[in-house]
Ligand binder design. Structure first.
Ligand code: BES
Ligand code: MN
Ligand code: ZN
Length: 495
């Protein structure tokens, strides 16, 4: 999909499809009004018949209106004038993109940036339009022998903005485009099944990314990890025939001495639970247990595309969690790279076992901040559902910054308390800690565990168990939290 920005009156703009908003009670937006005037009441006349539902996101396509340079007019309902909030706006934009791409039109022009939305600027609106278009046009059919016939023909979208908004909108479209590319990369990797997306495949993808964008890359192998003493990570990997990999990706866009932001992504390419085997229902969805890693790759790609002026390191510990004869057993005690020992009471709590060694490895970069991203706990899905990601941090200012980035990006998260009181739940009689803290507060005890390995820097943790993919009929990766992370880093780069 290609995007461009133009400032032009709607009646003279040549396009296959002009998209304009309509408020409740058939009140026309300025662009709709201009088309109505030029077509001598063409829009108002049809609205009067009541064919357009007033609910935000309803659409109606008009053909062959006289006096206009466009071939079609797509009207989209916005709800009450003066009361368009984020959700109503996004519903309208999504519906409009879907309706426009359901026609034969190869391109369309949207007049929706002019719609006032709470306190949102033209930049937010332009970016959200790009993200919605990316979402509507995404397909994953590379493993089907018959490719998807319903692939839309819409290939170009023009955002029409006021002349004074053009500059901000242009930057927002570039950011949106980079985010869409990153989201699509993360979705593709997530959607690929475990027999295709192995730890080796993931590492090779990171190498391809490094090559395409001139990033520095190192892939640590089993023997390197042994030398580093990553006994916790390796204990998870040894239950499978696939060799583990540890990806170190570095993007240098800032000053040499500037401290980097380190992103750490959980890369379990399939989580069977190990000896603490998961039940069979929906176990296929555990191919998505590498979505944290995928979001790190998607974000690094976006950062490189945008040439953000800062330094970013991406760390990806990746392996499978399977139950062969050498697998971790409940009760086994492993020694992490930090020297702390861990009693593995449940082999299905493997994410924290691979992340803890990556967090220790992160120390060598003297990071400005570390954010880990992980499909870490089923408990997070119970606590927060599929709307927001879980956020925990050892620094309130960092937590705030991550939260705000999520709000701006439309990729929200919600903070849970990382209080010391939860630490005692991890007590073990035989090792420094256990890898589980019981059923209650499972998301918090998981991050309480991680916090023991993140003492040397400011650290935030995103639990994306409920947001990284959708189940059911719409099953598929979401690419979250790439939008949040790109906004976070773009915000840092500006400072
Ligand atoms: N990858 C899972 C978490 C998960 C489960 C994400 C379901 C999304 C949906 C993780 O490795 C895991 O199995 N966690 C356990 C932890 C428990 C054993 C303390 C869980 O959540 O059940
Ligand atoms: Mn697990
Ligand atoms: Zn897992």
């Amino acid at each position: 999909m290609e995007f461009s920005i133009k400032s032009r009156s709607p009646e003279i703009l040549k396009t296959a499809c002009a998209v304009v908003g309509v408020y409740e009670q058939r009140k026309l937006t300025p662009a709709a009004k201009a088309l109505d005037l030029a077509s001598e009441g063409g829009l108002a006349g049809i609205l009067k018949r009541g064919d357009l539902d007033a609910k935000a996101g309803s659409t109606l396509m008009l053909h062959n209106l006289p006096g206009l340079a466009c071939e079609r007019v797509l009207m989209v309902s916005l709800g009450k004038e003066g009361e368009v909030n984020d959700k109503a706006y996004l519903d309208a934009v999504r519906a409009a993109v879907k309706a426009a791409s359901g026609t034969g039109a190869a391109e369309a022009a949207m007049f929706l940036v002019e719609v006032p939305v709470g306190g949102r600027g033209a930049d937010w609106k332009a970016e959200q339009i790009v993200l919605s278009a990316g979402e509507a046009l995404y397909r994953f059919d590379r493993l089907k022998s018959q490719k998807d016939e319903s692939r839309p023909s819409l290939g170009k979208l023009t955002l029409v903005v006021g002349a004074d908004e053009a500059k901000a909108a242009k930057a927002a479209v570039a950011r949106g485009q980079a985010i869409v590319n990153g989201v699509n990369l993360a979705k593709d990797l997530g959607n690929l099944p475990g027999n295709h997306c192995t730890p080796t495949y993931l590492a090779d993808q990171a190498k391809d990314l490094a090559k395409a964008h001139k990033l520095k890359i190192q892939v640590l192998e089993q023997k390197d990890l042994e030398k580093l003493g990553m006994g916790s990570f390796l204990s998870v990997a040894k239950g499978s025939d696939q060799p583990p990999k540890f990806v170190v990706l570095q993007y240098h866009g800032g000053a040499k001495a500037e401290q980097p932001v380190v992103l750490v992504g959980k890369g379990i390419t399939f989580d069977s639970g190990g000896i603490s085997l998961k039940p069979a229902a929906e176990m296929d969805e555990m191919k998505y247990d590498m979505c944290g890693a995928a979001s790190v790759l998607g974000t690094m790609q976006a950062v490189a595309e945008l040439k953000l002026p800062l330094n970013v390191v991406g760390l990806i510990p990746t392996c499978e969690n399977l139950p062969n004869g050498s697998a971790n057993k409940p009760g086994d005690i492993v020694t992490s790279m930090s020297g702390q020992t861990i009693e593995v009471l449940n082999t299905d709590a493997e994410g924290r076992l691979i992340l803890c060694d990556a967090l220790t490895y992160a120390e060598r970069f003297e990071p400005a901040a570390v954010i880990d991203i992980a499909t870490l706990t089923g408990a997070c899905v119970i606590a927060l559902g599929h709307v927001v990601s879980g956020l925990l941090a050892n620094d309130d200012a960092l937590a705030r910054e991550v939260y705000v980035a999520g709000e701006e990006a439309g990729d929200r998260c919600w903070q849970l308390p990382l209080l010391d009181d939860y630490q005692e739940l991890l007590k073990s009689n035989f090792a420094d800690m256990a890898n589980i803290g019981g059923r209650a507060g499972g998301t918090i005890t998981a991050s309480a565990f991680l916090s023991r390995f993140a003492k040397k820097y400011k650290w935030a943790h995103l639990d994306i168990a409920g947001t990284a993919w959708k189940s059911g009929k719409e099953k598929g990766g979401t690419g979250r939290p790439v939008p949040l992370l790109v906004h976070f880093l773009a915000g840092r780069a500006k400072k």
